[in-house]
Design a protein. Structure first.
Length: 233
């Protein structure tokens, strides 16, 4: 439909099973999503994800705050599957850059998804890590950038433009999408990947929908919900 890859961002194995041969080209998740999904066994569930989606890219995140332990976690997670990408945050919780760790892991052949990237300056600082590499990912948190009042499409395009100018073989991922229009914006910005949750993936079918029909559906919804609720005035 669009010149962009759609990755599912979540932990719903049933949803993955139903959609993996359709729109979904990759999977991403993180400790926050796993915790919200009441997943207690990180390794066990991660291996279930890999089994459910064995042929496409699947990003799993380290969760240590110390770079030595991050490296150990990354190498262990990497051993779980050939399609695994390791999500490394752009800094640790103390604000110390992960650049050295990212470069070391890439040099060891680990596929990296650098996560929680917000500024072009962050990308520029670590950009040398992606010289003479391929297939790594920069996850730009466009939804949260928008939450700060900044146009996320302009921000994402600045990443893509810099990547192209420097001939970096790295994929720019539009992360933390908030609405389905973000898919259009990500395409316009030139992003290679966008992550969408279950709700947004289901809304893709609405793109191009006749607005008069959409309006009538909305009116009917309000009417039926009021009747079902038994409201009276």
């Amino acid at each position: 439909m669009y010149n962009i890859q759609i990755f599912y961002d979540g932990v719903d194995l049933e949803f993955i099973s139903k959609n993996k041969n359709n729109l979904i080209k990759g999977i991403t998740t993180n400790p926050t999503l796993m915790n919200k999904g009441e997943i207690k066994d990180y390794e066990g569930f991660s291996k279930m994800l890999i089994e459910a989606f064995p042929n496409g890219p699947l990003s799993l995140e380290v969760f240590s705050d110390e770079f030595g332990e991050m490296r150990e976690q990354a190498l262990k997670i990497n051993s779980w599957g050939s399609n695994v990408y390791i999500k490394i945050p752009i800094t640790n919780s103390k604000g110390v850059s992960s650049k050295d760790l990212i470069k070391d892991l890439i040099d060891e052949g680990v596929k990296i998804n650098v996560t929680a990237v917000f500024t072009l300056e962050q990308f520029k600082y670590i950009s040398e890590c992606f010289e003479n590499t391929e297939n790594n990912i920069i996850s730009v948190f466009c939804g949260r950038i928008a939450d700060s009042g900044i146009n996320p499409e302009i921000a994402a395009k600045s990443f893509v433009d810099f990547k192209n100018k420097e001939s970096l073989n790295v994929n720019v991922l539009w992360a933390s999408a908030r609405e389905i229009y973000n898919l259009i914006q990500a395409v316009n910005a030139g992003c290679e990947i966008i992550t969408l949750n279950e709700t947004l993936i289901e809304k893709i079918k609405n793109i191009g929908k006749d607005l008069n029909s959409f309006s009538l559906e909305t009116v009917k919804m309000f009417y039926e919900d009021a009747i079902n609720a038994g409201y009276k005035i």
